[in-house]
Design a protein around this ligand. Structure first.
Ligand code: KG4
Ligand code: ZN
Length: 395
């Protein structure tokens, strides 16, 4: 079975094609191609993702990205429809619908390559959680493509995508058939991204229980906001990470102590907005009397901030492992690319003697490979009206 994945929940426009066979224990997959078009540089001046800009960019990027994906994929095609036939199908959606993403659907109507009907079996699209205007572009594109190519469209939860991404052993395009890592349950998943900080108990694929979450900022959001305070561009995570690793190399010892929020709260919830405010006060103190924040101070703050995040996540993850007697750990989301955090997770898993599943660099950030995978793993697909889930939480 061939599945096309579409992901537009935030600032990455992503498409992927995978091939799968079997189900349950016999499920295997092969990555045909996976492309991500990052909008990060466009959002950088705003210090975060600007939803209407993200929506417009997805509308511009989806069609050219799809053309590239198909040209790299050596799919077979069942037939080629005429441009009149294509227009009739697209216009059957009605003016109100098409006007919501005018640029996108004008590009669809003008595309010759879309008239060649590829042999694919499913389209999987992120339904949420995410930025609502951005989600709608992907959902509407999926609906129209589904109708043009007569393929069913499957809604996918973005967070479930991050969970499954960590179970993929190889993300190599046009690669070998592979089985996903076997999940020992109950598993604890820690999802850390720009919009989420969640602890999820996993009893089986599709059986999730949210047992901890942030009360305010997500951990990636804190990285991005702190980076901004230090005068570093968006996305801030990799920038902070780089600085703090430099601080390690120089064996720098922080003269500043930041809080480890909620580590003694006894529950599994997080709060990162106070930590960000503590950095703000530290920056104010260091720049009083008109002083510039120098490189030494930036490295020190980056290092201490990362230590604070790392220790906080470690305490909560330990609590969660103990509470649910976890048999394995899954970490997913953009922040899981962080070197210091990866080292901590590895150490923790070794100490507990349980397997740890971390995503690759390509699959830690947002991508459509994980969306295609979840869509393909659903055994009975539900055809229903989709609604973009603009909430920040796992449904
Ligand atoms: O999962 P993701 O790509 O998008 C969301 O669903 O939010 O995560 C993006 C987040 C951003 O906040 C970014 O700063 C953070 O992941 N990030 C990192 C690193 N790489 C990306 N945070 C810390 N260290 C990194 N190396
Ligand atoms: Zn994400």
């Amino acid at each position: 079975m061939i599945t096309l994945g579409i992901e537009t929940s935030c600032d990455d426009t992503a498409l992927a094609l995978i091939e799968t066979k079997g189900d349950g224990d016999t499920f295997e997959c092969r990555v045909i191609a996976s492309l991500v078009h990052s909008q990060a540089s466009l959002h950088s001046p705003y210090g975060g993702v600007f939803p209407t800009l993200a929506k417009r960019e997805h509308g511009k990027n989806l069609v050219p990205l799809l053309e590239k994906l198909l040209s790299e994929s050596e799919l077979t095609f069942s037939r080629e429809m005429s441009s009149d036939e294509l227009n009739t199908i697209v216009e059957s959606f009605g003016e109100d619908f098409l006007n919501k993403d005018k640029d996108l659907f004008n590009l669809v109507k003008a595309s010759e390559f879309i008239r060649k009907v590829p042999v694919i079996d499913r389209i999987a699209v992120t339904e949420g959680p995410g930025l609502e205007p951005a989600l709608w572009v992907g959902i509407n594109f999926a609906k129209v493509l589904g109708k043009i190519w007569s393929v069913p469209v499957v809604p996918v939860n973005h967070m479930e995508g991050h969970v499954v991404a960590s179970l993929l052993k190889s993300d190599v395009s046009n690669g070998e058939w592979q089985k996903l890592s076997e999940l020992q349950v109950p598993a604890i998943a820690l999802l850390i991204s720009g919009g989420h900080t969640e602890l999820i108990k996993i009893q089986a694929f599709g059986q999730y229980e949210l047992i901890g979450q942030t009360r305010d900022d997500a951990v990636g959001e804190a990285f991005d906001k702190v980076a901004r305070l230090l005068g570093l561009p968006y996305p801030g995570g990799p920038q902070i990470s780089k600085l703090s690793l430099l601080a390690d190399e120089e064996e720098l010892i922080s003269e500043i102590t930041l809080p480890r929020p909620m580590i003694g709260s006894g529950d599994l919830n997080f709060s990162f907005s106070g930590l960000k405010t503590a950095v703000l006060y530290a920056v104010r103190e260091l720049t009083k009397d008109g002083l510039e924040l120098n490189d030494h101070s930036k490295k020190m703050l980056a290092l201490e901030f990362e230590h604070a995040v790392c220790e906080t996540l470690e305490v909560k993850l330990r609590n969660a492992i103990d509470i649910i007697t976890a048999e394995s750990i899954i970490v997913g989301g953009g922040v899981s690319a962080n070197t210091r955090l990866r080292e901590m997770f590895t150490r923790l898993a070794e100490e507990y003697g349980i397997p740890l599943y971390l995503p690759s660099t390509h699959t830690s950030g947002d991508n459509a490979l994980m969306i295609a995978l979840v869509g393909a793993m659903k055994s009975d697909i539900e055809i229903r009206e989709m609604k973009a889930d603009g909430t920040k939480r796992l449904a």
